[in-house]
Design a protein around this ligand. Structure first.
Ligand SMILES: C[S@@+](CC[C@H](N)C(=O)[O-])C[C@H]1O[C@@H](n2cnc3c(N)ncnc32)[C@H](O)[C@@H]1O
Length: 510
């Protein structure tokens, strides 16, 4: 076949994103080109344009999409991958479910993106091992995957040594029978699991419309999806998860930016999510009433800070009564309507006062915010930062707790809580909150720095070096607004120097 142009490959990538939800980086374009050539060949050397149009419009055979999916997905998995999660499920999550379960005695679990079935069967083995008294009919495990060929492998239930590399010899001998070089899974475990072909990331005939689950594992799947696909997958999983049900993601994945329907939990050295119940959702404070231009945007915390700062610059510049910026700061407009409109301005003013280390003045400005704006997490976080700066640490921690009770995935609130815990001489608690912050946002430099300092002080130089190295890598690209807010009054350069000096004092880079 002739050369395939970049534009055609780009179309192919787009079609795959829309029809399958799969994401491919620029570095994977050569790989996509190989696959495209193979599919054209497999389709009797169909014309490229005809093939792509059929794929885009869904007019070619459904088998073609399935074949593409089989070739494009990554099926790497093994039994008891991330064993801490299986321990958490057996020792905490299932017992919790047992205490709460109401009418239905059946424990329903979904392995979403189950690949060759290792994860779904591991769940079955874990339940059998930890709850031998539970009748088999009371446990239902479904493995779902978009890749039809890998599901066929799952149903065969024959595995190599490599698939059992994280399985103890006792479990292997108890539940598998050796047949040459493969291990055949026992029928008693196989019969606990059924498999279904489902694409979680797109709305097609395979989307999840089935029953409710108590526990869902969707590990190492959303990392392969385009943002819209990940959003759709999480929404689907949320809709089929029971209230207060449990969700486990891969260790490098978070729900940050994908959902606010979950509480973040931590146990057994792992994070997991628990779906909010209806009354939890009702407790979430209403969003801050920002000026329309700001409110119209879908803003992250950092963006909000930036926009608010820009907005206050504009207000100061464009002020029709020609008041100076200082006058605006000193004489905030107090009529309710004007106060509402000025909420972002006051927010920006409070930030500016933080920059100038006028913490008490900044707190005063926030105190004057209209009631509707007060519970906004961004305002609350700024308040918590200011409170730590004036030494009112217990109140700062309470403010953080309020933020986290509405949104467990607020990395900034976890970080400020870590500082408060350190102040209360609770190093362990501080480290848990720092770790939670970096789990939620792996690019967040300050909790790495804080973790490094805490570890160094505790004499754990290996951890100190690791965290300080991370901080040194992340600080140069850390967002300026976040440094202003959470950098403890230090400039970027000062923070970089601090982390490098502490790294050297801990024995230097590893
Ligand atoms: C890397 S494996 C992870 C397997 C297992 N969950 C684990 O963590 O070991 C990813 C699996 O997700 C499946 N997958 C990817 N995108 C999917 C989608 N949109 N819907 C359903 N499954 C998908 C792939 O086919 C593959 O089998």
């Amino acid at each position: 076949m002739n050369l395939i142009s970049q534009a055609v490959l780009e179309d192919f990538r787009q079609i795959i994103a829309v029809r399958l939800g799969l994401r491919f980086e620029d570095s994977k374009m050569d790989y996509l080109e190989d696959i495209l050539r193979q599919r054209i060949e497999a389709n009797g050397k169909i014309a490229l344009a005809e093939y792509l149009t059929g794929l885009a419009k869904g007019t070619n055979k459904r088998e073609e999409l399935r074949a593409l999916c089989s070739q494009l997905t990554v099926g790497e998995t093994y039994f008891f991958r991330a064993p801490e999660q299986f321990r958490a499920i057996a020792e905490l999550v299932v017992p919790q479910w047992m205490r709460r379960r109401k009418s239905s005695p059946v424990l329903r679990m979904l392995s979403a993106g189950c690949a060759s079935g290792d994860e779904a069967y591991s769940l079955a083995i874990a339940i059998r091992e930890h709850f031998p008294e539970v009748p088999q009919s009371d446990v239902r495990i479904v493995g779902a995957d978009a890749n039809p060929s890998i599901l066929a492998t799952a149903k065969r239930a024959r595995y190599t040594d490599w698939s059992l590399r994280s399985t103890s010899p006792e479990i292997r001998d108890k539940y598998f029978r050796k047949d040459g070089k493969t291990h055949i899974l026992d029928e008693s475990i196989r019969s606990m699991v059924t498999f279904e072909e489902r694409n979680l990331a797109v709305k097609d005939h395979t989307h999840l419309d089935f029953e409710e689950y108590d526990i869902i594992l969707c590990r190492n799947v959303i990392m392969y999806l385009v943002p819209e696909g990940a959003q759709f997958a999480v929404a689907q999983l949320t809709s089929v998860l029971a209230p207060a049900g449990f969700l486990f993601l891969g260790h490098a994945e978070t729900l940050r930016g994908l959902s606010q329907d979950f509480h973040l939990r931590h146990t057994h050295d792992t994070f997991y999510y628990q779906k909010c119940e209806k009354h939890d959702v009702e407790l979430v404070p209403p969003p801050l009433e920002l000026a329309p231009a700001i409110a119209a945007m879908d803003l992250s915390w950092v963006d909000t800070v930036r926009c608010a700062s820009e907005h206050v610059e504009c207000l100061a510049r464009d002020s029709t009564d020609h008041r100076t910026r200082a006058q605006v700061e000193l004489h905030p407009v107090t009529s309710p309507k004007a106060a509402n409109l000025l909420a972002p301005a006051q927010f920006g003013i409070a930030l500016e006062l933080l920059r100038r280390e006028k913490f008490r003045d900044a707190l005063e400005v926030l105190r004057d915010l209209p009631c509707k704006a007060s519970p906004d997490p961004d305002v609350q976080l700024l308040r918590a930062v200011l409170l730590t700066n004036v030494g009112d640490v217990p109140v700062a921690e309470t403010v953080c707790q309020q933020i986290l009770s509405a949104d467990d995935l607020n990395a900034g609130a976890h970080y400020i809580t870590a500082l408060c815990r350190e102040h209360a001489h609770d190093t362990k608690g501080a480290m848990v909150h720092d770790r939670t912050a970096v789990y939620i946002d792996p690019e967040f430099a300050m909790p790495h720095l804080h973790l490094g300092l805490l570890a160094k002080r505790a004499g754990d130089l290996k951890t100190a070096r690791h965290e300080l190295e991370q901080a040194s890598v992340l600080l140069p690209r850390e967002d300026a607004s976040r440094i202003l807010l959470l950098g403890g009054g230090f400039s970027r350069e000062a923070l970089i120097n601090l982390s490098q000096a502490q790294l050297n004092a801990s024995g230097g880079p590893s």
